[in-house]
Ligand binder design. Structure first.
Ligand code: ADP
Length: 202
């Protein structure tokens, strides 16, 4: 089963993806994590991505499409995978569809975690303060001004991906203002409701 977790930055996609991975034993593919790993390893992709990410802009489509294209061929993706932070543009969504149809697969469902903007800004401020208090590094793109930029990029480039999947009848929404457990419960409810479809988890 191929699930997209969708929503603005800091909506809680990574947290929920980690829980889903644990419960359903499917791979969790976060393009943000993969890019940060590339930066840490000093690869060509990492070098290209760093300045762009630090500014809060999007890495070029062909870079992330290439990363995902390679990753979904790995054996741990055979039972399905959760996409977190991808696709972030309509072009990426189209490229994903092309890659999947080539392998007789398709996106099963897109779960949107809805959180209002003021709450997102507050969350990122807290995340940065907590990291500082623990003496840990703060993500450059979690700086308040850069975060606002990322929200703007989300609205302009990423939100238009939703109508693309709505037209395919694949979008389900959950209330991301609730606690982590409540959001997980809502996601479980969505997944149960669509369970009869073939190629589901496990
Ligand atoms: P968050 O979930 O907090 O928005 P991510 O870790 O998903 O953060 O992404 C951090 C940054 O990585 C983005 O702001 C962007 O620069 C880059 N990035 C991640 N995924 C993509 C993507 N699919 N397309 C383009 N850029 C991406």
């Amino acid at each position: 089963m191929i699930l997209i977790l969708f929503g603005p930055p800091a909506a809680g996609k990574g947290t929920q993806a980690a829980r889903l991975k644990e419960r359903h034993k499917v791979a969790h593919l976060s393009t943000g994590d993969m890019l940060r790993a590339a930066i840490a390893q000093g690869t060509e992709v990492g070098k290209r991505a760093k300045a762009i990410m630090d500014k809060g802009d999007l890495v070029p489509d062909e870079v992330v499409v290439g990363i995902i294209g390679d990753r979904i061929k790995e054996p741990d993706c055979a039972q399905g995978f959760i996409l977190d932070g991808f696709p972030r543009t309509v072009n990426q969504a189209k490229a994903l569809d092309t890659m999947l149809t080539g392998r007789k697969l398709g996106v099963d469902i897109v779960i949107v975690i809805e959180v209002d903007e003021a709450a997102l800004i507050k969350r990122v401020e807290n995340r940065a303060n907590e990291a500082k208090a623990k003496g840990q590094p703060v993500r450059a793109d979690d700086d308040p001004e850069t975060f606002k930029k990322r929200l703007g990029v989300y609205k302009a480039e990423t939100a238009p991906v939703l109508p693309y999947y709505e037209a395919q009848g694949k979008v389900r929404k959950v209330d991301g203002m609730k606690s982590i457990d409540e959001v997980s419960a809502q996601i479980d409810g969505v997944l149960k409701a669509v369970k009869p479809r073939k190629s589901w988890f496990g």
